[in-house]
Ligand binder design. Structure first.
Ligand code: PA5
Length: 356
């Protein structure tokens, strides 16, 4: 494989027909825009009177909620969870903030869960570009945070993540995040300058990692604030690169996954473990990264550590996320596929719609 194709803008354009690259480049400014829009968005005052938060969504519209839950896990005074699927937890009641997040507004599982929420006294909010979700909510005067951004749902991540953070702050459920936002934008811009398409492969760590991942099975490890970023890497490698990928989370992986490095023996040389690390993680967890790397070496499994940037958790999470988004983009180019379309998902949704 001629890896210098990653430095050739014509080759990138040839495969990236829907211009995913521009979506990646826009991520820093979108974070800022999404924060501003959310800050200007008024929530009814009674929404502060909740003792749990449930974020309902699927795929690229659920991951924002996942990243929020891992970001605020150690400070939130009430439980905050994402809910994937048709069924809302039975505990959703009038003291629940129920956020339905769907880029298209037409995702079957999210709509079914939202219909259930309508039968409860939960404080409801929709985050969407439109679709049935928007119509259902507006008809009942439920607040809709709507945004207009033409992209694949997963590329609209800032709109499904940053507003939730802003709303939780507004409702007094978490601490003020404005300083973190102010730091995150330049942190992402700086990172983009290091890993963007114009930086040649010999100086570009994201391109180099995509080359290592090419024809390998990526297994992504994360912990704490980086645990849901590991999920994001996995899903971006699936959807952008059209590749198999799996993820695991510390410290749980130290209680099972490390025992399974042995078989099938021929797999060891085909796997690349990517460890997403942050200096903000607790010391004992960082020690686990070290020992796990020793175990990987003993098992002759290749690995690569990727460190986050920024002084605050949000910068760490978003920089690790953007790094992974770029890696999955470059890997798509190495596999000579368009990063944007997700034909299998479209096929599945169409088949399900036909059988209603
Ligand atoms: O990335 C994707 O295209 C999917 O994971 C979608 O986000 C998922 O199918 C849900 O659709 P939506 O985001 O429109 O609710």
């Amino acid at each position: 494989m001629d890896t210098t194709i990653l430095d050739d803008s014509l080759t990138l354009k040839k495969y990236d027909r829907e211009d995913m690259l521009t979506r990646l480049q826009e991520m820093p400014s979108l974070c800022q825009l999404a924060w501003r829009m959310a800050a200007d968005f008024n929530l009814p005052p009674e929404y502060a009177n909740v003792d749990k938060v449930v974020i309902s969504g699927m795929g690229g519209s659920a991951i924002g909620g996942d990243l929020v839950t891992s970001l605020v896990a150690t400070e939130a005074r009430i439980p905050i969870m994402t809910c994937r699927g048709y069924q809302l937890p039975a505990f959703v009641d009038d003291r629940t903030l129920l956020i339905a997040s769907s880029y298209s507004g037409n995702t079957e599982e999210t709509l079914t869960a939202f219909e259930q929420a309508l039968k409860t006294g939960a404080k409801k909010l929709a985050i969407t570009t439109g679709g049935k979700l928007s119509t259902m909510a507006e008809r009942r005067n439920i607040p809709v945070f709507s945004f207009d951004y033409k992209a694949q749902p997963r590329a609209a991540l800032p709109f499904s993540l940053i507003p939730i953070l802003c709303f939780l702050q507004k409702l007094g459920l978490i601490s003020d995040k404005s300083r973190e936002i102010v730091e995150t934008v330049p942190t992402l811009e700086k990172l983009s300058r290091r890993i963007s398409e114009s930086v040649p492969i010999d100086r570009n760590l994201a391109k180099q990692l995509s080359v290592r991942l090419h024809q390998h099975l990526p297994v992504v490890y994360g912990a704490g604030i980086a645990s849901e970023v590991a999920r994001r890497w996995k899903t971006q490698l699936n959807e952008n690169s059209k590749a198999w990928s799996f993820y695991e989370v510390f410290p749980e992986l130290n209680h099972n996954a490390i025992v399974g490095y042995q078989f099938p023996a021929e797999l060891a040389g085909k796997i690349l473990v990517v460890l997403l690390r942050s200096p903000l993680l607790p010391e004992r967890v960082l020690l686990r990264y070290q020992v796990t790397c020793q175990l990987l070496e003993q098992a002759r499994v290749d690995y690569q550590i990727v460190d986050g940037d920024g002084d605050y958790p949000l910068g760490q999470v978003m920089s690790l996320t953007l790094f992974g988004d770029y890696v999955s983009y470059y890997l798509a180019i190495l596999y000579q596929v368009d990063p944007s379309p997700v034909k299998a998902i479209d096929f599945l949704k169409e088949r399900l719609a036909r059988n209603k």
